[in-house]
Each structure stands twice: as C-alpha cells, then as structure tokens.
Write a protein that binds this ligand. Structure first.
Ligand code: AMP
Ligand code: GLY
Length: 420
C-alpha cells in the first residue's frame, strides 16, 4: 500500500512511525512533514487544506490510502474531495467534522443523543450573554463557537472574567470563530480522553489518555497545546470507559448516522469524570497531540490495520491486541512558549538515544539546517517511552529528556503526577 499522511507535527511523526512498522506499507509520504519525519519517510510540500491539490498529489503518486492528521483539512472538506475521487481516506467529512468545528453543533447533537454534558446557552449578542452570566454566577465557562486553535475557551472562576471574555469574543478576538458564543456550566472533576475509531457504523476504542495542558509544573500557568501525556488514563477505568461508550460515544455516532452524516475516522472524546460519571467536555475529530504519540507507541503497527479497517467499513471485525503496557510523552518546548519564543536554536544529543518499540523522540517543530536539527516551533520534541508500569515509562522518557542537550528549550518535570 502507498500511504499519504497529511500534517507536520509530533502527532503525524508518531502516525508515520507506527505505519512504517507495518509490512503492508510499501511507500509512505508525509505532507508537509518535518525534520524528524524526513528521517523515516518521504516528505513533500503540499497545501493540505486544498482538497483539489491533495487529490491531484495522491493521483500523481499512486496513493492507495490517505490519513488526515489535523482538524483544518477535515473542516475544509479534504476527506470529502478524496472520497469523491475514489481515494480511500481515514478522516471524517466536513459535515461530520462539525463535531469539532462548532461547539454549538456538538451541544445540539448531545441534546438529541441524550449524552451527558454541561448545561449551556448560545448567544449571538453580548448583552443577553452577560445577563445570563450574571444570572448563573461564577464559575462559568465561555467558549467561542468555532475553531480558535485551542484558545477559544475561557474557564472563568469569577464573573468579571466571564463578562470580559464575552466582550473579547464579540469584539473579534477570535475572528469569525467568536461570532457565536456558547456559555456553559462549569464542570468539576478529573479530565481524561477516550479515543474511538468509527467507520460510520461500528466503533472501536483505541485507548485512553490524559494530557497536561498548563505550561507550569503542578498544572499551573498558561494553557498550551499540551506539555505531556500518558496512556492509559487510570481514571477511565473499564467501568467508566464502558459508560462513556454507552452514554456518550455510541449515541453520538448513531445520531450522526441518523442525520445522514455518518462519522468515519477517530473521535476524541474529552471527558470530565466525577464519582464514576463521565460527561462530555468536547469532541475533536482527530487524534490529540501529544496524546497520539502515546497511543501510537502502545498500538504500533496494528494502528495502520485499524485505521484501514475504519476507512473500508470493516471495523466490526477489527480487534485491538493490547499489551498490558503504559506510555508517557514529555514535550520539550522553546523557551518562552506559549508566549513569544525564538526559532533556530540547535538541539544536540539526539543521535545516541535509543529508537525502538519502547523509545522514540517524535519531532513536533524541527527543521534540518546545515546537518543540524534546529527548533522551528513552540512545541518542538515529544520524548516518548513505554514501560510495564507508568513509573517505568516515565523513568524511561525522562532519561532520554536528560540526554538531550538543548539550552533553548524547557520541559515539565512532573508529567504523569496525577496518576503516579
Ligand atoms: P476545550 O477547548 O473545549 O477542550 O476546552 C479547553 C479546556 O477548558 C478543557 O480541556 C477543560 O479543561 C476546560 N473546560 C471546557 N469546558 C469546561 C466546562 N464546562 N467545565 C469545566 N472545564 C471546562
Ligand atoms: N492535546 C489536546 C489536543 O490535541 O487538542
């Protein structure tokens, strides 16, 4: 099989790494890829949000199967264009991708599916939104409806912060994404994520994970795209996972099919768990980044078979071969992230690190320059390891982190603390 993966982050590096281990993969191209991906696969420049360009590229390169990593091409309908052209693709249609692209759409589906989630109201003007906040009181959560690169959510612990968030959103702080605002009940509990493949009809869990969104140790400081993650998530016990499947994921997928917009791809359910009851925080229509890195390390080569089965509508017969293992990833980021940071600092010490089924440095934002690897983004490396216990996975990951010589970077030393 000739395979094309779209994307350029640590998520796509881990997808490429898993796919390359599967003998069914004859050739792998990642577009646009990054310096780490270029060490294991071919990379190609391509405008991945342009469906026509992706179809032409796939046809020219005799691609049999396309895996779409990030949400933007999905929301732009790239999976639809590929399907219309008769090219097999893993990833939902633009209609189904609304589960991530519109928070009010997700709420509407949850209502129809009876899935437990936060109580909410939607607004297109500031004054009624503010009146609602004053009536409900804090803590309360204010969300821009559309895609805002993970920044459109304000968890307001006091009323003034919530009111200010409403002004910011309607004032255009998130562009078109903030034309509609969803105001939600604050949910208390422990957060974890469940990843489920779906072929439009059948669903299959491919693992659970928890990430650390805050930049600082002890989960303090500014929000980021994620500073580390581990799998499995202990809070998602088999009982809680079964409840999330039965009460949230299955009814959502059934409702999408009933509407004539079945979901095919990976559904990432962000859950808040309290007293054994999961409630939906949000859906994403792609693998999490960096959660994908720990899932791929645990799944290995079978990840390709599972995604392929989802794309071909054969998930009903697919099974995951679980090892009783744990994986953990530590994000190394450029000094200053998530604020302003410098690009171009040199990263040393990676050549001697082990690279096998239990150890891998996935590249998130790197560039090759004069034979050196330099930082080219905010989140730069995802240092990932596996172990028989979470403890062992953590120790393995941090041993690699410590061997990396990168004065321009930093990392959190406490990834996994909640579970350990
Ligand atoms: P989202 O972009 O929807 O993932 O929201 C970002 C983060 O805000 C989530 O991961 C939660 O930590 C938090 N959050 C979102 N909605 C709620 C809610 N209703 N109650 C509590 N926390 C929330
Ligand atoms: N790590 C969070 C996300 O991918 O949205």
């Amino acid at each position: 099989m000739n395979i094309l993966i779209l994307g350029s982050g640590g998520r796509e590096h881990s997808l490429a790494w898993a796919v390359m281990q599967n003998p069914k993969c004859d050739r792998l191209i990642v577009a646009p890829g990054n310096a780490g991906i270029a060490q294991i696969a071919d990379c190609a420049a391509l405008d991945i949000e342009n469906g026509g360009a992706v179809v032409s590229f796939a046809e020219e390169n005799a691609i049999d199967f396309v895996i779409i990593g990030p949400e933007a091409p999905l929301a732009a309908g790239v999976a639809d264009r590929l399907r219309e052209a008769g090219i097999l693709v893993f990833g939902p249609s633009a209609e189904a991708a609304r589960l991530e692209a519109s928070k009010s759409f997700t709420k509407e589906i949850c209502d129809a599916a009876g899935a437990p989630t936060a109580a909410y109201a939607r607004f297109t003007e500031a004054e009624p939104a503010k009146a609602y906040i004053r009536q409900q009181g804090a803590p309360i959560v204010v969300k821009a409806d559309g895609l805002a690169a993970g920044k459109g959510v304000i968890v307001a612990m006091d009323e003034a912060t919530a009111l200010e968030a409403v002004d910011d959103m309607f004032g255009g702080a998130f562009g078109g994404a903030g034309a509609e605002v969803v105001i939600e009940e604050f949910m208390d509990g422990e957060e974890a994520s469940l990843f489920v493949l779906c072929d439009g009809e059948s669903i299959l869990s491919v693992g659970t994970a928890q990430d650390h969104k805050r930049v600082g140790e002890g989960d303090t400081g500014l929000n980021t795209g994620g500073m580390g993650a581990y799998s499995p998530a202990p809070v998602l016990s088999p009982e809680v996972e079964a409840r999330a499947m039965d009460e949230i994921v299955r009814p959502t997928m059934a409702e999408m099919a009933r509407r004539g917009t079945p979901f095919q791809g990976v559904l990432y359910a962000g859950l808040m768990i309290k007293d054994g009851q999961p409630r939906l925080v949000e859906y994403n229509v792609r693998f999490g980044d960096p959660e994908c890195q720990v899932l791929m390390m645990r799944l290995g080569a079978q990840a390709l078979d599972l995604m392929h089965a989802a794309a071909e509508g054969r998930l009903g017969e697919a099974r995951v071969n679980w090892a009783d293992d744990h994986a953990l990833t530590v994000v190394m980021a450029a000094q200053g992230y998530p604020g302003a940071y410098e690009k171009g600092s040199v990263i040393n010490g990676m050549d001697d690190l082990p690279e096998d089924g239990n150890h891998m440095v996935f590249h998130a934002g790197t560039k090759a320059q004069d034979g050196l690897i330099v930082a080219a983004g905010g989140r730069v490396l995802n240092v990932t390891a596996r172990g028989a216990t979470l403890h062992e996975a953590r120790d393995n990951a941090y041993a690699m982190v410590e061997a990396i010589d990168w004065p321009g970077g930093f990392y959190r030393r406490d990834i996994g603390w909640r579970a350990l």
